[in-house]
Design a protein around this ligand. Structure first.
Ligand code: SAH
Length: 220
């Protein structure tokens, strides 16, 4: 029996929702319900499973991380999804946030730069039975125009500025949630809401993500 096999992940997950999400004012019942269900430990490397529900990010290979549970919840809540829509994620990483979005929307399109991460995330997601999550390898700063426009777009890596291509792929009334370098002390998580041809940007909080590398992101 492996070490993880003796751990009660359901109990750890319930404690995470209460101690890390509800306590910090995540209040959308659909978000909380989804976090109670999705097995985060399946998305982290085997030896880190005992820490899967802890209050911090974890390494997933290729120098990348699975975000802290609270940050995933905050970004998801900020999208204000209304059900059966289409969502674009830039930065598949482990696939955990894609799974959360898959439970809360119709179809999820997720782009990842590293093939190895994209392949691993696809395997985990199909082993868990998700059929509405579509992953491709590529530069997500350009979006995924084939399936645009999107009700929500979430970028899970820090950008130098808001990529124009992503704003263009937002549906009228849709939201883009993205960490952007603030030029002073780090990154600010921002929400960009599109109404017709205009956009309204608001700040959510300070944050720290790995860099968004691509044509409308940071150079290699
Ligand atoms: N959402 C992920 C978090 C992954 S960390 C999760 O739930 O685990 C951010 C990811 O963004 C990394 O895997 C990184 O490789 C990827 N990334 C960075 N720049 C990118 C780009 N231009 N296009 C697609 N993916 C990118």
């Amino acid at each position: 029996m492996s070490y993880s096999a003796s751990i009660d992940f359901d109990k750890l997950r319930a404690a995470m929702v209460t101690g890390q999400l509800i306590s910090r004012n995540i209040s959308d019942s659909k978000v909380l319900e989804t976090f109670r269900r999705v097995p985060r430990h399946e998305f982290v490397p085997e030896d880190l499973r005992p820490s899967a529900y802890n209050d911090y990010p974890l390494p997933i290979g290729e120098n990348q991380t699975i975000s802290q549970p609270y940050m995933v919840a905050l970004m998801t809540e900020s999208l204000k999804l209304k059900g059966a829509g289409r969502v674009l994620e830039v930065g598949t990483g482990s696939g955990y946030q894609a799974a959360i979005l898959g439970e809360m929307s119709g179809e999820v399109y997720s782009v990842e730069r590293f093939k190895e991460l994209a392949d691993r995330a696809s395997r985990v997601l199909s082993s868990l039975g998700y059929k509405n999550i579509h992953i491709k390898v590529g530069d997500g700063t350009l979006g995924w125009s084939e399936f645009a426009p999107y009700d929500g777009i979430v970028v899970t890596a820090g950008a130098p500025a808001i990529p124009e291509s992503l704003v263009k792929q937002l549906k009228d009334g849709g939201r883009l949630v993205i960490p952007v370098d603030n030029g002073v002390f780090g990154q600010t998580l921002k929400s960009v809401e599109r109404t017709g041809r205009t956009t309204r940007t608001s700040d959510i909080c300070a944050c720290k993500f790995v860099p968004l590398v691509g044509k409308e992101g940071w150079p290699e």
